[in-house]
Ligand binder design. Structure first.
Ligand code: CP
Length: 310
Protein backbone atom coordinates (compact mmCIF):
# COMPACT_ATOMS: atom_id res chain seq x y z
CA UNK A 1 0.00 0.00 0.00
CA UNK A 2 1.57 3.30 -1.12
CA UNK A 3 1.84 6.22 1.29
CA UNK A 4 0.61 8.40 -1.59
CA UNK A 5 -1.78 7.88 -4.51
CA UNK A 6 1.06 8.82 -6.88
CA UNK A 7 4.00 6.48 -7.52
CA UNK A 8 6.28 9.17 -9.01
CA UNK A 9 6.30 12.96 -8.65
CA UNK A 10 6.21 14.11 -12.28
CA UNK A 11 4.23 17.31 -11.77
CA UNK A 12 1.39 18.70 -9.65
CA UNK A 13 -1.19 18.58 -12.43
CA UNK A 14 -3.66 15.90 -11.41
CA UNK A 15 -2.10 15.31 -7.97
CA UNK A 16 -4.89 15.15 -5.40
CA UNK A 17 -5.30 17.61 -2.54
CA UNK A 18 -4.91 14.60 -0.20
CA UNK A 19 -1.46 13.76 -1.59
CA UNK A 20 -0.35 17.40 -1.46
CA UNK A 21 -1.64 17.65 2.11
CA UNK A 22 0.22 14.48 3.11
CA UNK A 23 3.50 15.84 1.68
CA UNK A 24 3.06 19.21 3.45
CA UNK A 25 2.14 17.60 6.79
CA UNK A 26 5.12 15.25 6.68
CA UNK A 27 7.37 18.19 5.71
CA UNK A 28 6.26 20.05 8.84
CA UNK A 29 7.58 17.16 10.95
CA UNK A 30 10.87 17.08 9.03
CA UNK A 31 11.24 20.84 9.45
CA UNK A 32 11.21 20.35 13.22
CA UNK A 33 13.93 17.69 12.88
CA UNK A 34 16.04 20.14 10.83
CA UNK A 35 15.88 22.64 13.68
CA UNK A 36 17.46 20.12 16.07
CA UNK A 37 21.19 19.84 16.73
CA UNK A 38 21.22 16.31 15.31
CA UNK A 39 19.43 16.64 11.96
CA UNK A 40 19.91 13.15 10.51
CA UNK A 41 17.34 10.36 10.55
CA UNK A 42 17.84 6.68 9.55
CA UNK A 43 14.60 6.71 7.47
CA UNK A 44 16.09 5.97 4.03
CA UNK A 45 19.00 3.80 5.15
CA UNK A 46 19.53 1.20 2.41
CA UNK A 47 17.77 3.33 -0.24
CA UNK A 48 19.90 4.51 -3.17
CA UNK A 49 19.08 7.83 -4.85
CA UNK A 50 20.64 9.07 -8.11
CA UNK A 51 20.59 12.81 -8.77
CA UNK A 52 20.47 13.12 -12.55
CA UNK A 53 20.93 16.81 -13.36
CA UNK A 54 21.25 17.52 -17.08
CA UNK A 55 20.66 21.25 -16.50
CA UNK A 56 22.32 23.77 -14.18
CA UNK A 57 20.99 24.08 -10.67
CA UNK A 58 22.14 25.51 -7.36
CA UNK A 59 19.17 25.42 -4.98
CA UNK A 60 17.34 22.30 -6.17
CA UNK A 61 20.43 20.09 -6.53
CA UNK A 62 21.91 21.04 -3.15
CA UNK A 63 18.50 20.86 -1.48
CA UNK A 64 17.80 17.34 -2.80
CA UNK A 65 21.28 16.17 -1.85
CA UNK A 66 20.91 17.57 1.65
CA UNK A 67 17.42 16.05 2.00
CA UNK A 68 18.81 12.65 0.96
CA UNK A 69 21.74 12.95 3.40
CA UNK A 70 19.43 13.97 6.25
CA UNK A 71 17.45 10.76 5.59
CA UNK A 72 20.63 8.60 5.45
CA UNK A 73 20.11 7.52 1.82
CA UNK A 74 23.03 6.35 -0.33
CA UNK A 75 23.58 9.06 -2.96
CA UNK A 76 25.07 9.09 -6.45
CA UNK A 77 25.47 12.44 -8.22
CA UNK A 78 25.50 12.42 -12.01
CA UNK A 79 27.25 15.27 -13.81
CA UNK A 80 26.43 15.45 -17.52
CA UNK A 81 29.73 17.14 -18.36
CA UNK A 82 31.81 14.14 -17.19
CA UNK A 83 29.40 11.38 -18.24
CA UNK A 84 29.04 9.19 -21.33
CA UNK A 85 26.18 11.44 -22.49
CA UNK A 86 29.06 13.48 -23.97
CA UNK A 87 29.94 10.41 -26.08
CA UNK A 88 26.43 10.18 -27.48
CA UNK A 89 24.78 7.76 -25.04
CA UNK A 90 21.00 8.09 -25.12
CA UNK A 91 18.95 9.13 -22.11
CA UNK A 92 17.29 5.71 -21.96
CA UNK A 93 20.61 3.85 -22.12
CA UNK A 94 21.96 6.10 -19.37
CA UNK A 95 18.93 5.27 -17.23
CA UNK A 96 19.07 1.51 -17.94
CA UNK A 97 22.75 1.39 -17.02
CA UNK A 98 22.21 3.30 -13.79
CA UNK A 99 19.19 1.11 -13.00
CA UNK A 100 21.30 -2.02 -13.51
CA UNK A 101 23.31 -0.89 -10.49
CA UNK A 102 20.17 -1.37 -8.32
CA UNK A 103 18.94 2.12 -7.56
CA UNK A 104 15.64 3.03 -5.95
CA UNK A 105 14.98 6.71 -6.72
CA UNK A 106 16.00 8.99 -9.60
CA UNK A 107 15.78 12.75 -9.16
CA UNK A 108 15.95 14.28 -12.63
CA UNK A 109 16.31 17.76 -14.06
CA UNK A 110 16.32 18.12 -17.85
CA UNK A 111 15.66 20.83 -20.39
CA UNK A 112 13.23 18.56 -22.24
CA UNK A 113 9.57 18.71 -21.29
CA UNK A 114 8.30 15.24 -20.42
CA UNK A 115 11.67 13.63 -19.69
CA UNK A 116 10.67 12.56 -16.12
CA UNK A 117 7.46 10.99 -17.47
CA UNK A 118 9.40 9.20 -20.21
CA UNK A 119 11.85 7.81 -17.64
CA UNK A 120 8.98 6.72 -15.36
CA UNK A 121 7.62 4.60 -18.20
CA UNK A 122 10.92 2.71 -18.54
CA UNK A 123 12.04 2.01 -14.99
CA UNK A 124 10.93 0.43 -11.74
CA UNK A 125 12.67 3.21 -9.81
CA UNK A 126 10.73 6.13 -8.36
CA UNK A 127 11.13 9.24 -10.53
CA UNK A 128 11.08 12.71 -8.99
CA UNK A 129 10.93 15.68 -11.36
CA UNK A 130 13.41 18.39 -10.34
CA UNK A 131 12.33 20.61 -13.26
CA UNK A 132 11.64 19.66 -16.90
CA UNK A 133 11.90 22.39 -19.51
CA UNK A 134 9.02 24.85 -19.29
CA UNK A 135 6.69 22.13 -18.03
CA UNK A 136 6.72 21.57 -14.24
CA UNK A 137 8.89 21.96 -11.14
CA UNK A 138 6.70 20.27 -8.53
CA UNK A 139 9.00 20.35 -5.50
CA UNK A 140 9.52 24.11 -6.00
CA UNK A 141 5.75 24.65 -5.95
CA UNK A 142 5.37 22.40 -2.89
CA UNK A 143 7.98 24.39 -0.98
CA UNK A 144 6.30 27.63 -2.10
CA UNK A 145 2.94 26.35 -0.86
CA UNK A 146 4.51 25.14 2.39
CA UNK A 147 6.05 28.61 2.92
CA UNK A 148 2.77 30.44 2.26
CA UNK A 149 0.85 28.14 4.63
CA UNK A 150 3.53 28.45 7.33
CA UNK A 151 3.14 32.22 7.28
CA UNK A 152 -0.54 32.74 6.45
CA UNK A 153 -2.34 29.54 7.43
CA UNK A 154 -4.85 27.66 5.30
CA UNK A 155 -4.66 28.52 1.60
CA UNK A 156 -8.37 28.37 0.94
CA UNK A 157 -9.51 31.74 -0.47
CA UNK A 158 -5.99 33.23 -0.43
CA UNK A 159 -4.78 35.09 -3.52
CA UNK A 160 -1.35 34.34 -4.95
CA UNK A 161 -0.08 36.51 -7.81
CA UNK A 162 2.68 35.15 -10.03
CA UNK A 163 4.42 37.86 -12.06
CA UNK A 164 6.78 37.60 -14.98
CA UNK A 165 7.80 35.13 -17.63
CA UNK A 166 4.86 32.75 -17.26
CA UNK A 167 5.38 31.29 -20.73
CA UNK A 168 8.71 29.67 -19.89
CA UNK A 169 8.00 29.04 -16.21
CA UNK A 170 7.69 25.50 -14.88
CA UNK A 171 7.38 27.08 -11.42
CA UNK A 172 4.25 29.02 -12.47
CA UNK A 173 2.63 25.89 -13.92
CA UNK A 174 3.28 23.70 -10.89
CA UNK A 175 2.16 26.44 -8.52
CA UNK A 176 -1.06 27.00 -10.46
CA UNK A 177 -2.00 23.31 -10.20
CA UNK A 178 -0.93 22.91 -6.57
CA UNK A 179 -2.37 26.16 -5.24
CA UNK A 180 -5.62 25.55 -7.09
CA UNK A 181 -5.93 22.05 -5.63
CA UNK A 182 -5.75 23.57 -2.14
CA UNK A 183 -8.36 26.25 -2.85
CA UNK A 184 -6.21 29.35 -3.48
CA UNK A 185 -6.92 31.89 -6.22
CA UNK A 186 -4.02 32.13 -8.65
CA UNK A 187 -3.29 35.18 -10.80
CA UNK A 188 -0.78 35.26 -13.64
CA UNK A 189 0.62 38.61 -14.74
CA UNK A 190 3.14 39.43 -17.44
CA UNK A 191 3.60 40.87 -20.90
CA UNK A 192 1.31 39.19 -23.48
CA UNK A 193 4.43 37.86 -25.25
CA UNK A 194 5.44 36.00 -22.07
CA UNK A 195 2.06 34.37 -21.47
CA UNK A 196 1.44 30.73 -22.43
CA UNK A 197 -0.16 30.28 -25.85
CA UNK A 198 -3.34 28.95 -24.27
CA UNK A 199 -3.48 30.37 -20.71
CA UNK A 200 -7.07 29.20 -20.26
CA UNK A 201 -5.69 25.65 -19.98
CA UNK A 202 -4.19 26.64 -16.61
CA UNK A 203 -6.22 27.36 -13.44
CA UNK A 204 -5.25 31.04 -13.18
CA UNK A 205 -6.75 34.47 -13.86
CA UNK A 206 -4.76 36.50 -16.39
CA UNK A 207 -3.65 40.12 -15.86
CA UNK A 208 -1.49 42.48 -17.92
CA UNK A 209 -1.51 45.33 -15.39
CA UNK A 210 0.72 44.45 -12.44
CA UNK A 211 -0.95 46.96 -10.07
CA UNK A 212 -4.31 45.23 -10.64
CA UNK A 213 -2.72 41.79 -10.38
CA UNK A 214 -1.26 42.46 -6.93
CA UNK A 215 -4.37 44.27 -5.67
CA UNK A 216 -5.35 42.50 -2.44
CA UNK A 217 -2.79 39.72 -2.99
CA UNK A 218 -1.64 37.63 0.00
CA UNK A 219 1.56 36.52 -1.74
CA UNK A 220 3.46 37.67 -4.81
CA UNK A 221 5.82 35.28 -6.55
CA UNK A 222 8.19 37.09 -8.92
CA UNK A 223 9.66 34.91 -11.65
CA UNK A 224 13.06 35.08 -13.25
CA UNK A 225 13.22 36.26 -16.85
CA UNK A 226 14.41 33.03 -18.48
CA UNK A 227 16.68 34.49 -21.13
CA UNK A 228 18.07 31.02 -21.96
CA UNK A 229 14.62 29.85 -23.10
CA UNK A 230 13.63 33.12 -24.72
CA UNK A 231 13.74 34.52 -28.20
CA UNK A 232 15.06 38.15 -28.17
CA UNK A 233 11.95 39.41 -29.94
CA UNK A 234 9.69 38.60 -26.96
CA UNK A 235 10.69 41.78 -25.08
CA UNK A 236 11.56 45.26 -26.35
CA UNK A 237 14.18 45.61 -23.59
CA UNK A 238 14.96 44.49 -20.04
CA UNK A 239 14.54 48.10 -18.89
CA UNK A 240 11.03 48.28 -20.33
CA UNK A 241 10.16 44.97 -18.66
CA UNK A 242 11.40 46.31 -15.34
CA UNK A 243 9.36 49.52 -15.76
CA UNK A 244 6.11 47.65 -16.40
CA UNK A 245 6.48 44.38 -14.49
CA UNK A 246 9.25 44.83 -11.90
CA UNK A 247 8.06 44.41 -8.29
CA UNK A 248 8.80 47.71 -6.58
CA UNK A 249 7.73 49.32 -3.30
CA UNK A 250 5.29 51.50 -5.25
CA UNK A 251 3.60 48.50 -6.89
CA UNK A 252 3.30 46.75 -3.53
CA UNK A 253 1.19 49.61 -2.15
CA UNK A 254 -1.66 47.83 -3.97
CA UNK A 255 -1.11 44.51 -2.17
CA UNK A 256 -2.00 43.56 1.40
CA UNK A 257 0.29 45.15 4.00
CA UNK A 258 1.73 41.79 5.09
CA UNK A 259 1.99 40.39 1.54
CA UNK A 260 4.64 37.66 1.22
CA UNK A 261 7.34 38.35 -1.33
CA UNK A 262 8.64 35.20 -2.96
CA UNK A 263 11.01 34.19 -5.74
CA UNK A 264 12.19 30.70 -6.75
CA UNK A 265 15.68 32.05 -7.55
CA UNK A 266 18.05 32.83 -9.04
CA UNK A 267 16.99 36.51 -8.90
CA UNK A 268 17.84 39.11 -11.53
CA UNK A 269 18.01 41.98 -9.02
CA UNK A 270 16.66 45.26 -10.34
CA UNK A 271 14.77 43.45 -13.12
CA UNK A 272 11.94 41.31 -11.76
CA UNK A 273 12.51 42.36 -8.15
CA UNK A 274 14.14 45.43 -6.58
CA UNK A 275 16.83 44.61 -4.02
CA UNK A 276 15.06 46.46 -1.20
CA UNK A 277 12.02 44.22 -1.77
CA UNK A 278 14.04 41.00 -2.19
CA UNK A 279 15.81 41.69 1.12
CA UNK A 280 12.92 43.55 2.80
CA UNK A 281 10.70 42.75 5.75
CA UNK A 282 8.05 40.92 3.70
CA UNK A 283 10.51 38.72 1.84
CA UNK A 284 10.41 34.98 2.59
CA UNK A 285 12.80 34.07 -0.22
CA UNK A 286 15.44 32.45 1.99
CA UNK A 287 12.72 30.78 4.08
CA UNK A 288 11.58 29.14 0.82
CA UNK A 289 15.09 27.71 0.41
CA UNK A 290 15.14 26.43 4.02
CA UNK A 291 11.71 24.83 3.59
CA UNK A 292 12.85 23.15 0.37
CA UNK A 293 14.95 20.62 2.29
CA UNK A 294 12.05 19.55 4.54
CA UNK A 295 9.64 19.34 1.60
CA UNK A 296 12.07 17.23 -0.44
CA UNK A 297 12.68 14.94 2.56
CA UNK A 298 8.93 14.46 2.71
CA UNK A 299 8.61 13.69 -1.01
CA UNK A 300 11.52 11.20 -0.93
CA UNK A 301 10.23 9.53 2.22
CA UNK A 302 6.60 9.19 1.13
CA UNK A 303 7.43 7.96 -2.39
CA UNK A 304 10.01 5.49 -1.07
CA UNK A 305 7.53 4.24 1.54
CA UNK A 306 5.33 3.23 -1.39
CA UNK A 307 8.12 0.90 -2.56
CA UNK A 308 8.67 -0.78 0.81
CA UNK A 309 8.63 -4.56 0.39
CA UNK A 310 9.06 -4.44 -3.43
N1 CP B 1 14.51 27.36 -7.95
C1 CP B 1 15.37 26.63 -8.67
O1 CP B 1 14.98 25.68 -9.36
O2 CP B 1 16.67 27.04 -8.60
P1 CP B 1 17.91 26.26 -9.24
O3 CP B 1 17.79 26.41 -10.73
O4 CP B 1 19.15 26.95 -8.68
O5 CP B 1 17.81 24.83 -8.82
Amino acid sequence: MSALEIKHLLGLRGVSANDIRAILDEAAGFKKVLERKVKTLPTLRGTTVVNLFFENSTRTRISFELAEKRLSADIVNFATSSSSVQKGETLLDTLKNIEAMKIDVVVVRHKGTGVPKFLSEHTDAVIVNAGDGSHEHPTQALLDIFTIESNLGNLSGKTVTIVGDIKHSRVARSNAWGLNALGANVRFCGPPTLMPRNPKMLPAEIFCDVAKAVDGADAVIALRLQKERMDDSLLPSIREYRNFYGITRKILEHAKKNVLIMHPGPINRGVELDSDIADGENSVILEQVTNGVAVRMSVLYLLSAGRAGE
